[in-house]
Design a protein around this ligand. Sequence first.
Ligand SMILES: NC(=O)c1ccc[n+]([C@@H]2O[C@H](COP(=O)([O-])OP(=O)(O)OC[C@H]3O[C@@H](n4cnc5c(N)ncnc54)[C@H](OP(=O)(O)O)[C@@H]3O)[C@@H](O)[C@H]2O)c1
Length: 270
Amino acid sequence: MLEAYTERWALVTGASSGIGAEFARVLAGNGMHLVLTARREDRLEELAEELRQQHMVQTLIVPADLCDPGAATALIERIDAEQITLELLVNNAGFGYVGDIDGTDVGAMLSMVQLNIGVLTELTYRVLSKMLERGHGAIINVASVAGMQPVAYMPVYSASKAFVLHFSEALWAEARDRGVTVMALCPGTTETEFFDVAGVPGWLKKQRAQTARQVVNEALDGLEKRRGCRVTGFWNYLRSLAPRIATRKMVVTQTMKYFRPRSTEAGDSP
Ligand SMILES: NC(=O)c1ccc[n+]([C@@H]2O[C@H](COP(=O)([O-])OP(=O)(O)OC[C@H]3O[C@@H](n4cnc5c(N)ncnc54)[C@H](OP(=O)(O)O)[C@@H]3O)[C@@H](O)[C@H]2O)c1
């Protein structure tokens, strides 16, 4: 798998946990050297040590809060200064928030837009232009099945992932004849820290979830096939078809049952 990437460098954002950490493990297992970034430096160091020991690959960790102004630019400058050429970018860092309108912190929503959309857009363009010059390389942008329709009680998150999906598919169409693949990855519920961060720690217990490893393996299969979008998991794929056959009203009102807070309707809380 992925022979073209062996001995080359990948940048994985949000590598300190969940899907990002698993991308790092699987890519290192395929012989890729890794630039790892996220805020939790201790986790990055632990992971980098594990990858060096188990797979003898090189690692560069760049701890950063990517929401900080200029952080994405500084990350690329650091990679350039190390004379690292990226063959693969995994734009994975992101977070969500589940809650009703009244409880929403506007500042946190703006940070979400900055990370899920702003940082991803900047890193994509800065890395893609160099890949196009060379005529090879790939970018995986982590979207979500939540980006395939509006999701009540997750309006900013689902809209941010709709951006990632449309943005990535459009670039896939532009770049595919120039040797570069841009793929949107759409996982469904996955066993990570995502739901703790989003404010619904009990959610995973009630759901059919994939492991991060399953998501990553399917992502890399999609990348090998040079797909513009990969929905992971058969059930997620089936559910992703609903917006194509139901009315917009049906689709969005259906989502209300998943995340309706307890205060709004007893018994429906995740
Ligand atoms: N889990 C799911 O069900 C699911 C489903 C569909 C899509 N996704 C997407 O998958 C991606 C990975 O999420 P996950 O499920 O693996 O959740 P996770 O375990 O919470 O991982 C999120 C990663 O993003 C990093 N991050 C968050 N804020 C950051 C910031 N300001 N600056 C830099 N890094 C930041 C976190 O690291 P630090 O906290 O150390 O900064 C962490 O490494 C996200 O884009 C998410 O939207 C998840």
